[in-house]
Design a protein around this ligand. Sequence first.
Ligand SMILES: [Zn+2]
Ligand SMILES: [Zn+2]
Length: 278
Amino acid sequence: MLTNVFSTRDIGNYKVTALSDGVMKASLSLLSGIEPEAAVNIQQQAGIKAADDIQINSYLIRGAGRIILIDSGMGNLNHIGGELRRNILLSGIMPDEVDTVLLTHAHPDHIGGLLDDNGRPAYRNAALYISKAEANFWLDNEKLTSLSERALMNGSLFRRTFEAYSTVRFTEETAIAEDITAVSLPGHTPGHSGYLIDSRDEKLLIWGDITHYPHIQIAHPEVSIAFDYDPDQAEQTRRAILERASRENLLIAGMHLGVSGFAYIRSPSEGHYFLEYV
Ligand SMILES: [Zn+2]
Ligand SMILES: [Zn+2]
């Protein structure tokens, strides 16, 4: 989406901006645990015109002397996405100023933008942070071979990307920044993580890929998508984080949460949830 009006929230000492990388063509038929008509109905009721499309977001965090990017979009891999770089520039930041890239996980729509067209780091002064469990999974060639051709390709992109960056740190082992911590949210991938900003009594949870079709999967947490590595664990994680987000009135951000980029989770009764964009 071509826009230079960015959704920005102040969270304590930080300013957090949702930046679009573009839209990924997908299909509601990738979902399991819901009838196709029911899925289409939910999208229509939510006023979503392109019901199958998945929005790709990244988040820029500025404050406490740091410039942090969370995930890097698809970066025009296979001609998908690639709008993030221009949107970062439009928000007044040069890619070389980004000192940290936090990764929620290593699917191509999250790490694709880390390399430029020549295979060099797009954020050359940034340290990469990822969970060790996630890195170990994508480096295990034997495991990936047993899964699928696609998993093997994703693993090779991961390896190429991480070899290009000189500084890689594991979130289990290193503090990230003042008032920012990693939150383990496994299931979508083995080391899938969110990031919690808890600064001066204000909180924001950036929850990665807890949902791909937010209206559908928040109303029906049991619905999983074909990209989920462990659908049962992904569902458990989704239910637990929806419960926490509604109970704690947590502001939520997500890589596929839609163009507004920020929302609250409301719970009219136990186990039932809906999305309220802000
Ligand atoms: Zn993913
Ligand atoms: Zn994703």
